[in-house]
Write a protein that binds this ligand. Structure first.
Ligand code: HAM
Length: 434
């Protein structure tokens, strides 16, 4: 019987995984430079964590993979667990559980890991995908909002995308003070058109009318064109914050467009909301998105602090990079391939290869002991090594190894006693050592 991976869940390996790792390393580096420290939370959470986010969203309502805990332990009753569909709820749960906000000061965190959503798989849309997320807690300022957008813009550029490869779309979705009145206005606008709305939006009308504004159904879209917009119904404080965010972005030369139809797919947003979209991706055009989510912490405990964050889909970032052919991921080609011809040469090269690896030099070696030169050079080519180091009985007798540069075919002799030094000096040339 042939058993295959779950639909929409991918295996990652080989050159593709190496490309991911190179991109991830750059992203982690930039995150650290901006003062964000990593947090790792479990992939499984109690269902209540996501219910606290609000069950009015498709993600919570329809897209969560649920697991029935076994409840085998005598004092545990069976619980419903879910494979996390996103990172923010679990993050806030962890912040509250470990008192990470008790300092009362701003803190910055990032995470990188798999998320799970039961969706119809297509290009850029998977059932297991990976998010890099950034979250800044305990700061309600417009400057914090701007920092998050500037950070994401910087990260995308640091991995090889250019301004023209994506668009930053920003909006304000108001706050708990100004939203209720706007909500009523929106319901009053759509109500006479109830019969024309799609089935989904008919359900949304009383519960989450703002979500109608980003419905893809043609009729709903047409109706939304003349609907009252959140951005025109902000209270003074929200309008001021929005203006200041834009000012900060302009001061940093971060190009953006205002998109009053950005309402975000999760319920927890307030004020600033944004999406980074790319025309390199096809239908699933969002590289990432986020915004302010003041008040989410209060759904998890006593502390009520402001927060802002975003997440990007790693698969989509990689697709965009493929499209612009950013050759970041050529890393991990070995500096050298050690090619022993015969058991005596093997005994010389094997400890040398381990010594070099421990010193951070990426070398590979054949563990075949009786292969000929042609076969060995083929292997060196296959792993795309910089040089092949050939040692056979003849070389052992003369004390000179033959070192062949594979790209040019140039060959030179290096004293076997000096091989370690010679290959160490190539360390800088190894993309994986950078
Ligand atoms: P989100 O917009 O639901 O936000 O997801 C963020 C990004 O994850 C999307 O823009 C997309 O690139 C990627 N993504 C989502 N679903 C899929 C999928 N099925 N396949 C591939 N990629 C996908 C959030 O998750 C929020 N937690 C972001 C946030 C953090 N807001 C505040 N802090």
């Amino acid at each position: 019987m042939e058993i295959k991976a779950v639909r929409g869940m991918n295996d990652l390996f080989g050159a593709e995984l190496q490309r991911w790792q190179a991109v991830e390393a750059k992203l982690r580096d930039a995150m650290t430079n901006f003062g964000y420290s990593e947090i790792r939370t479990p992939s499984l959470e109690k269902i209540e964590v996501f219910k606290a986010v609000g069950d009015e969203t498709d993600i919570v309502e329809k897209q969560m993979y649920q697991v029935q805990d076994r409840g085998a332990h005598p004092d545990s009753k069976p619980e419903i667990l879910v494979m996390r569909p996103e990172g923010t709820a679990g993050f806030i749960r962890a912040v509250m559980e470990h008192g990470l906000a008790n300092t009362g000061h701003v803190s910055r965190f990032y995470y990188l890991g798999p998320m799970f959503r039961y969706e119809r798989p297509q290009k850029g849309r998977l059932r297991q995908f990976h998010q890099l997320g950034a979250e800044l807690i305990y700061d309600g300022s417009a400057e914090a909002d701007a920092e998050l957008i500037i950070l994401l813009d910087h990260l995308l550029k640091s991995v090889g995308l250019k301004s023209e490869n994506y668009e930053i779309r920003i909006n304000s979705v108001g706050c708990k003070d100004c939203r209720p009145a706007y909500r009523e206005k929106l319901i009053a606008y759509f109500k006479p058109h109830f019969a024309e709305l799609c089935e989904n939006c008919q359900r949304r009308l009383e519960r989450a009318p703002m979500r109608i504004l980003d419905c893809k159904n043609e009729v709903c879209k047409k109706l939304s064109e003349t609907a009252p917009l959140g951005i025109d119904n902000l209270d003074e404080a929200c309008a001021k914050q929005h203006a200041r965010v834009k000012e900060c972005l302009k001061a940093e030369d971060v190009t953006f467009v205002e998109d009053p139809y950005i309402v975000r797919g999760l319920d927890y947003y307030s004020r600033t909301a944004f999406e980074f979209t790319s025309n390199l991706l096809g239908a699933q055009s969002a590289l990432g998105g986020g915004g302010r989510y003041d008040g989410l912490s209060a759904r998890f405990g006593k502390l009520d602090f402001p927060s802002v964050g975003w997440a990007i889909g790693m698969e989509r970032v990689m697709l965009a990079l493929d499209a612009v052919q950013a050759k970041l991921g050529d890393a991990h080609k070995p500096v050298a391939f050690l090619a022993p011809m015969g058991a005596a040469a093997f005994d010389k090269l094997f400890p040398l290869s381990l010594k070099l690896k421990k010193q951070g030099v990426h070398v590979e070696m054949s563990y075949e002991k009786e292969k000929g030169l042609k076969w060995l050079l083929k292997q060196a080519d296959r792993v795309q090594a910089g040089v092949a180091v050939i040692v056979g009985d003849q070389e052992l007798a003369s004390g000179q190894a033959s070192v062949k540069e594979l790209a040019t075919g140039q060959q030179k002799n290096v004293a076997i006693a000096d091989l370690e030094k010679e290959l160490l000096s190539m360390k800088g040339r190894s993309p994986s050592a950078n």
